[in-house]
Ligand binder design. Structure first.
Ligand SMILES: [Ca+2]
Length: 196
């Protein structure tokens, strides 16, 4: 009898692991495939030649074997996006976007800037419908804002929710190092639909 009960419990757990722990929509959420899974960062013209670098580190990742490291030599901004660039979305659907971050000892935010921001571009084809910004406290806004919270030097989750406006078919999530210098560590990025 005990034997059958155990099998029943294992069956329930197996069912739950596939249904309850939904896989994020973005590829390589844990940065485990390194450069090949993420490609080159986007560096705007105003931040060229400032040593903007995306690297991967095996030292103290949040989970798994690797985490991403974004760094620059002086006040600059640049972004990484999951491979593939955009994901298909439905108008009216809400998505939760989450990433873990940790400031290096040398990470310095330029005055009156957030230092780190997630920019979510809502697109119709290649046309921009709207951009939303999630700061390190999880606050969602239509503008970048002048100040963000201090980014802790221990692993901290950044999590915000965005709703897809009418006329939007695709969404691009850009993880921005925004007007800062030094090293910023990132791991476990997840984009998931929110089911009410
Ligand atoms: Ca990882």
């Amino acid at each position: 009898m005990k034997h059958f009960t155990l099998i029943g419990i294992l069956g329930l757990l197996a069912g739950c692991s596939s249904l309850c722990l939904a896989q994020p929509l973005n590829p390589d959420p844990g940065f485990e495939t390194g450069q090949s899974g993420w490609g080159k960062p986007f560096v705007p013209a105003d931040s060229q030649n400032r040593g903007c670098t995306l690297a991967f580190s095996a030292e103290d990742p949040h989970a798994g074997n690797l985490c991403a490291v974004m760094s620059s030599e002086s006040d600059s901004r640049f972004a990484i996006t999951p491979k593939g660039g955009t994901i298909n979305v439905l108008p009216g659907q809400t998505y939760a976007i989450s990433i873990w971050s940790k400031a290096g000892a040398d990470f310095k935010i330029h005055p009156k800037t957030p230092g780190f921001i997630i920019r979510v571009d809502m697109l119709k084809g290649t046309q921009q419908v709207e951009s939303l910004y999630i700061d390190a406290s999880g606050k969602v806004s239509g503008t970048i804002g002048h100040d963000g919270p201090v980014i802790p030097d221990s692993w901290t989750q950044v999590k915000g929710q965005v709703s897809v406006p009418d006329g939007t078919s695709r969404m691009r999530v850009n993880i921005f190092f925004w007007r800062a210098s030094g090293h910023l560590y990132l791991d476990d990025m997840a984009i998931n639909p929110v089911n009410d």
